[in-house]
Design a protein around this ligand. Structure first.
Ligand code: ACO
Length: 322
């Protein structure tokens, strides 16, 4: 038994901040940002838009795409590193908003690897026959955790949410390889504002995302091809068997470098970071939803999802589009 994806959805904030706007906020330029990252614009959650509202919007779109009612969902997992509240969980708030009264709900934080880990977790429940349906969501308001005065990070990130509905299926394949490297945690950090030392006074720099960009870059371009190779070997496949590699959209140069190292054409490494920036756990499901709605995913296509991020953590999962 595996879980097949039977619907996808996404929800993107209305406001668009292009590189020109950022160049009015910090010393940078459209040319620098495009060349180093591939990002042209990012969407920012403002006003009533929150991590919960984005997650619920993506969930509704995925349910509609699947032709399912919220009551049919038995499990909701939200991957997020930027929840609006610590309690109740984002997943329970989504449950309330969409009326998925029969679902068990919990959140999962694996930073930018979050959607991949949520997919793996849902697959584990479905393959064991514990639940027959699941809704998994990656949702972020990273703009809340971004230091808009730090040009080395603020140019990268954006807000948004993506979701997938899964249904248990007798057919199909699923394989995964995951790793965590806690020893490298310091290269990408963000302290909680709830800690006593940060609770009073102006927000401390430690409570925004801080990153050693070069180290993250080196980590991603070496570990992503490695973990995909591990997965292919484990499943007895080669890169030629895979229709698309859906990578976490952290930086277009990372995706290009991975494709090159794997001697695989970029056509099989879709990229949409130009319009969204890095949306952490939301980037893979937003990309998948775009591809699904464009009719690019065909039954029988083997897909590899690969994520990496704070922790550090990384992994790759294989599934067949049904
Ligand atoms: N505009 C203009 N100049 C800049 C900017 C900017 N926004 N940011 C840095 N610079 C300058 C630096 O000060 C430096 O100047 P110097 O040479 O005079 O000292 C120069 O540009 C080069 O800076 P680097 O940091 O070496 O630039 P690099 O090529 O490494 O690019 C970047 C930086 C884009 C952050 C890159 O390292 C990267 O993408 N890393 C991966 C980041 C990532 O993927 N993070 C998220 C992954 S996990 C997750 O998704 C949460």
């Amino acid at each position: 038994m595996t879980g097949k994806i039977c619907g996808t959805g996404s929800c993107i904030p209305e406001a668009v901040w292009d590189n020109q706007k950022l160049s009015e906020m910090v010393e940078t330029s459209d040319e620098w940002i495009r060349e180093r990252t591939g990002v042209a614009a990012r969407h920012i959650a403002l006003g009533e838009e929150t991590t919960v509202s984005l997650a619920a919007g993506a969930a509704r779109a995925a349910l509609e795409n699947a032709g399912m009612s919220p009551e049919e969902i038995q499990l909701i997992i939200v991957a997020t590193v930027s929840p609006d509240k610590l309690m109740p969980t984002t997943s329970c708030e989504v449950q309330k908003q969409i009326g998925a009264v029969n679902a068990t709900c919990f959140d999962l934080n694996a930073a930018c690897t979050g959607f991949l880990f949520a997919l793996n977790t849902a697959q584990a429940y479905l393959s064991q026959g514990i639940y027959r349906t699941a809704l998994i969501i990656g949702a972020e308001s990273l703009s809340q955790l971004t230091n808009w005065e730090d040009r080395s990070t603020c140019i990268l990130f954006g807000d948004g949410a993506g979701a997938a509905v899964l249904r248990a299926s007798e057919t199909g394949i699923y394989g995964l390889v995951t790793h965590s490297v806690g020893d490298m945690g310091e290269v990408l950090t963000c302290s909680s504002r709830n800690r006593k030392e940060y609770a009073n006074g102006p927000a401390a720099p430690e409570t925004y995302m801080q990153m050693n960009g070069k180290e993250v870059f080196k980590f991603a371009v070496s570990k992503v091809p490695e973990v995909i190779g591990e997965l292919l070997e484990q499943e007895g496949l080669t890169t030629a068997d895979i229709r698309y590699f859906l990578l976490h959209q952290a930086n277009e140069r990372i995706v290009r470098s991975v494709a090159k190292r794997m001697k695989t054409d970029m056509e099989r490494f879709p990229v949409n970071i130009e319009n969204y920036g890095n949306t952490s756990s939301a980037s893979i499901p937003i990309l998948m939803d775009e591809m699904n709605r464009k009719g690019l995913l065909k039954p029988g296509d083997k897909l590899i999802f690969s994520g990496f991020g704070a922790g550090l953590s990384y992994g790759a999962s294989l599934m067949e589009w049904q």
